[in-house]
Ligand binder design. Structure first.
Ligand SMILES: [Zn+2]
Length: 128
């Protein structure tokens, strides 16, 4: 697989979603007796699972490594930010700079405070 992207966190998550869907569909299909509902469920399951497999294989065999890496970083960054927000919820607040949209981690304090964005030097007020 030289020159191909391979697997990453996003692909592993997609693979687990795929495996979960297979298991859920298998269990749910055992309890459905109505043929119309069963057919509709099978159709939806087949389409969603096929799309997942195509996306997983496309990402694994992609030669555009930079683009795949950026997708993975975006995906991991989304969860990392939420995890950090939850971890720091008592000591810090996360605030987006109104000028450049950078996410700032500010110490939690009562009252209004002036903040200067370290990226764009924009000055704005934050309520603590
Ligand atoms: Zn800014």
């Amino acid at each position: 697989m030289y020159g191909r992207y391979g697997s990453d966190t996003l692909n592993k998550v997609l693979l687990w979603i795929y495996i979960s869907l297979v298991l859920i569909y298998t269990v749910v299909s055992l309890f459905i007796t109505n043929p119309t509902v069963s057919l509709t469920l099978w159709l939806v399951y087949t389409v969603v699972d096929s799309i997942l497999v195509v996306v997983i294989l496309f990402r694994m065999f992609s030669r555009n490594i930079q683009k795949r890496r950026r997708e993975n970083e975006k995906f991991c960054g989304f969860f990392r930010l939420r995890l950090n927000k939850f971890r720091d919820r008592k000591t810090h607040i996360y605030y987006k700079c109104p000028a450049c949209r950078a996410v700032l981690r500010l110490p939690r304090a009562k009252g209004k405070h002036a903040v200067i964005c370290p990226r764009c030097k924009h000055r704005f007020e934050v309520k603590g």
